[in-house]
Every structure is written in C-alpha cells, then in structure tokens.
Design a protein around this ligand. Structure first.
Ligand code: NDP
Length: 433
C-alpha cells in the first residue's frame, strides 16, 4: 500500500490473489526464494502519456493515456484499452494485474497488459472519437507490436475505436501488421466470435457451474447489468440456452422487462443509436426503466454483472441472496467487492470470479492473433466451439485446483492458484528478470 499509494482498486485486486496463494507458496518454497510474489506485483513497464486532440468546435483538449505492460512470462503483453472518465493508473493496474492470471488460465501463450485513457466518448461525434484515437495511437504505437504488446477493447473501446486505432497504427508505421490489435472488424483481419466472446464465454461458464448440480440454464431467471458489448452477448446466449434475462443497466439505472429483454430493440437503442436505456421503454411499453438503481433487487436464479468494477457490495449481495439467487458469474472485471463476495459465500451462493468467467474475450483474441499469423479465418461455428471448449476447460481446472487445495467449490481459490502457478513456473525458468 505504501509502495502504490492512492490505488485502492489495485490493492483490492492484489489482496484477493495473495489471500489465495499462501498454500501454494508453502508447497513451493522455490517461488518464495525467487521473490515471485514481489515481482508479479510490480509491472514490467508503465507508460503514461499526453493525448492532445481537437474537438468539433476547434477547441484543444488534453487527456491522459496509459499502457501498463504487466507481465510477459507467458507471451506478449495482452489486454484491452479502456476509455472512460474514471480511468487513472490504479484502475489500469488492477485490470492489468487481473489479466496476468486470466490469460494464464486460458492456457494460451499470452502475457498481460492493460491501458486506456480518461477520455469520455459519450456525446462525442465520430470525428472527435477518430481524432482522439489517432492522437492516442500516435504515442502508443512505439510501445506495441504483434510480438510485443497486443491491445484490444474494453469499456468505451469497441469495433469503431479499434478501427481508428488500427488505421493510425498502419499509417504511422507503414506496416500492415494485423496481429497488433485484436477486436478488429471482420473486413480487415478480425475474428468471428470476438465481439461475442466475453458474454458468451461467461454464460458457458455459468452453464458448467449449473451442470455440476445436474441443472441447465433452461427456464432460469437471469439478471444482467450493463448494456455494452459483454452484457448484450451474455443476454443473447442466455436466451439461446432457454433462460430469460429480465434486466440490463447503464450508468443511469436499470431496465426491467419481465418478458425477457428484447435484444433487437436493445441493440438498436444502445449500439446503433448510442442512446439511453430509457429509449427502450418507448419501443417496449411493458418494460420499466428504474432510474438511479441497480438490478440486483430483482429476484433471480443467476446474476451476471457485466458493467464495471465494484457494482455488487454487501448490500447488493444481500439483495441477491434475498431474491433467491443461486449463482453470481462475473462478466465484468471485479464487479463484486470483497464484502459482497463474503455475503454471497455465507449464503451458499456459487461465485465465479471474472478472471475465470470472462476469459472468453481474451481467448478469442488469442485465436484472432493465431488466425492473423497464419492468414487463415475460421468459421463462426468452429470459433464458438473452441471458445466453449476453453471455457469448459477453465471451469474444470478451477474446480480441480480448488479440490486439490482443500477448497472444494471455491472458484476464486481455484482460478488464482492455477493462474499463479503457471506464471510462477515460467518466471522461475526465465531467471531473475
Ligand atoms: P462497454 O463500454 O461496451 O459497456 C459498458 C457498460 O457498462 C455500459 O452499459 C456502461 O453504461 C456500463 N458502465 C460502465 N461504467 C459504468 C459505471 N461506472 N457505472 C455504471 N455503469 C457503467 O464495455 P464492455 O461491455 O466491453 O465491458 C464491460 C465489463 O466487462 C468491464 O468490466 C470490462 O473490463 C469487462 N471485460 C470486457 C471484455 C471485452 O471483451 N469487451 C473482456 C473481459 C472483461 P454507460 O453507457 O451508461 O456508461
């Protein structure tokens, strides 16, 4: 804490991992001797830079850009870019730290990084977003590359932003280096199922959790938060598997549709018009927009937080328990606070942490890199099948590792321990670097 002052989200993420890995260090004194914990908590490199750009009225604006290259033991740094006014170093570091274990859990050759800017794309024209992305990449390009560091999207960075970032990278470097970014459009090297991957993957993970008790998602009542990339695709997959998603949300409040969220209307409102959830109610009059509240008060079998960090605290967790919730599966990164997790655990609610449950996004990003390298492109069905197998595999490993360490059913311990061991082994092999 004294070494990294004023970064509470980073402290929270580190504490959660360190709480799990004590027994691993006891079994592997060589990790402690090599100071693996101290090294893993220190990013390999952090870049902070100025991003000047001009708005539509000709005014000069200045934002702050970040790229934290956290760990390259398993492969090139890999992790998304977030554009949101709340972004500062502590947020980028928490996300980068989580990414280390998440990427290790996929079993794919990817290291961990994260980046972004305190830019707010809301209310900005396409041209303003383009100029911002161009300025951001004008600095970022020096630090990234297909073999070095491969950014993708996150909050506020979707296919539009990735397109502008890629265009500028190509222009500055004079290299058509497809593998430098993932989440690209299908017209220029993007992969099938990348857009869907995080939301679909979280639902596949939930499916595996329910399969442990002999149940499926068919007929389940599901509450989702967020209305962005992850939320929309989670809703789509739950509906395909026979469940009903009753809610979604944005920063203004949540939307309740007892008949199940109408995805076509949601996509029109949020993705095409970039509007607010209240607009949904105009098209679907039986739905209710609840301003200033979160969806956790709605009774459900399964909760999928897919918006942002720390959206389920102790009070929200207690509301979920009261509403009969059986499982919480994190589509977002760290949406549940440590107090929230404790409340859920005490009530016997099964809990899957984001670093396991939302690893589908980075999984398909790694498959996008593989397709770019071999100049192939796989079909939607083939890519979805690989995603499903990987999520199954991650679930199985978290489950088995938790058992091995005497913590049956504890997905947090399983994910942290398995991810940590993989990275620690590689770091040990590389010597003191
Ligand atoms: P989007 O920008 O597409 O959507 C984010 C959604 O969350 C929006 O509905 C937004 O509402 C809401 N939201 C964001 N910040 C806040 C806030 N502070 N308070 C309330 N609501 C908020 O992002 P994604 O769907 O890509 O990302 C969602 C989460 O999933 C993040 O935690 C991200 O790190 C995680 N994730 C994403 C991956 C991906 O592949 N995209 C991969 C793995 C994890 P509003 O529009 O009102 O701001």
């Amino acid at each position: 804490v004294t070494r990294n002052p004023g970064e509470p989200e980073f402290h929270q993420a580190v504490r959660e991992v360190l709480d799990s890995v004590g027994p691993v260090l006891a079994r592997h004194p060589e990790y402690a001797d090599a100071r693996i914990v101290e090294r893993i908590c220190e990013p390999e490199r952090q870049v902070i830079f100025r991003v000047p750009w001009e708005d539509d009225r000709g005014r000069i604006r200045v934002n702050r850009g970040f790229r934290v290259e956290f760990n390259s033991a398993l492969g090139p740094y890999k992790g998304g870019l977030r554009f949101h006014p709340s972004v500062y170093l502590g947020i980028v570091k928490f996300l980068g730290f989580e990414q280390i274990f998440k990427n290790a859990l996929t079993g794919l050759p990817i290291g961990a990084g994260k980046g972004g800017a305190d830019f707010d794309p809301k209310g900005r024209s396409d041209r303003e977003v383009m100029r911002f992305c161009q300025s951001f990449m004008t600095e970022l390009h020096r630090h990234i590359g297909a073999q070095t560091d491969v950014p993708a999207g996150d909050i506020g960075v979707g296919s539009r932003e990735i397109g502008y970032l890629f265009g500028q990278y190509k222009r500055i470097t004079n290299r058509y280096e497809s593998g430098v970014l993932t989440g690209k459009g299908l017209s220029y090297g993007g992969a099938q199922v990348r857009a869907e991957a995080t939301g679909y993957g979280a639902v596949f993970f939930a499916e595996e959790m329910f399969a442990q008790v002999g149940e499926g998602l068919d007929g389940k009542r599901v509450v989702v938060s967020g209305a962005g990339n992850v939320a929309i695709h989670a809703i789509e997959k739950v509906h395909q598997l026979g469940g009903t998603v009753l809610t979604c949300s944005d920063s203004a409040g949540y939307l309740l549709d007892e008949k199940g969220i109408d995805l076509e209307v949601l996509r029109e409102v949020k993705q095409r018009r970039r509007g607010r959830l209240a607009d949904y109610v105009r098209e679907v009059p039986h739905a209710v927009a609840v301003a200033g509240r979160t969806p956790w008060e709605v009774p459900c079998d399964l909760a999928l937080p897919c918006a942002t960090q720390n959206e389920i605290g102790a009070a929200e967790a207690a509301a979920l328990v009261a509403g009969g919730c059986l499982a919480v599966v994190e589509g977002a990164n760290m949406p549940t606070t440590p107090d929230g997790v404790r409340v859920l655990r005490r009530a016997g609610v099964r809990f899957a942490p984001g670093k396991a449950a939302n690893a589908g996004g980075v999984t398909v990003s790694a498959l996008e890199m593989r397709q770019n390298a071999s100049r192939e492109s796989w079909t939607f069905a083939e890519s979805e099948q690989r995603l499903r197998e990987t999520m199954r595999d991650i679930h199985a490993r978290c489950w088995a590792t938790a058992q091995e360490y005497g913590r049956p059913g504890d997905y947090v311990a399983g994910a942290n321990i398995d991810g940590f061991r993989r990275v620690a082994e590689a770091m040990l092999a590389h010597g003191v670097v």
